[in-house]
Design a protein around this ligand. Sequence first.
Ligand code: GLN
Length: 312
Amino acid sequence: MTDVNLKDTDWQLVINQITDEVKPLLQHGKVADYIPELANVDSNSFGISVSLLDGREYTCGDAQMKFSVQSISKVFSLTKAFSILQDDLWKRVGKEPSGNPFNSLIQLENENGKPRNPFINAGAIVVADCVVSHTEDSLNTIINFIRELAGNKDIKMNHAMFRSEKAFGHRNAALAHFMKSYGNIESDVDEVLDFYFGHCSLSMSCEDVSRAFLFLANHGIHPISKRRYLTASQAKRINSLLLTCGTYDAAGDFAFRVGLPGKSGVGGGIAAIIPGLLSICVWSPGLDKHGNSLTGVKALELFTTKTGISIF
Ligand code: GLN
């Protein structure tokens, strides 16, 4: 990063070029439909938003359009749980890549109900349980927390998405009940699942998401409000987990191509950060076979390639 002259980087030009270059890819991804409501989206959409720590923001394409954040929201619930439970959290959820799809049940029995990491669904459900067990009115607490991070009071849950997730969330229910049988879920399973489905069903724009991730690029402190959400060490740990586990069984390929800590969601969004500099969110609903936005990954790869900036 040191041999790049940041002053010379024309951020707007870079993201305009990327938006142009990725257009032919938009048709190649497949919109998720295992949650039926997710399929109600225009697969041609593409948005990109860059938020710099100094307050500058650059957007292109459908950056203001709301999309379903899905697993990106796991980062916010993890932040909440980590700040509440501190290192005790790691007694209940691991820190290793799973090498398996995000909704897999396969490792849980061999590993006694302790999920590999907080970003696969099983891990995020344990994290959800931690938040539910330690906060009043948990869903509103997390929604308000996310609104504060994004600086946008209008962030809301999509109720049709929530109902769709709940009606078709059999795998997540199986994961939660299975972990309950190992004693790794403390609260009522339905309450935990409602919280989990609730935060996954939030609608946010690229602009909202990139702003909400700024604190992770700034050692746990939001650069605008100056509020501290995590210690510098905790922010480092979350970023490390994003690099190794944030894009599931494609985390190796993502790290290789993009070179940034990032978190994807099956709604087609991907958020990533460059420590000390910026956060970025891309959105395009067509997914690759791992459940990551096909065009989104390419756009991030182009971003680090064109600017010459990554964490390496
Ligand atoms: N809510 C989704 C699920 O539980 C989140 C998955 C994702 O975005 N990868 O299946």
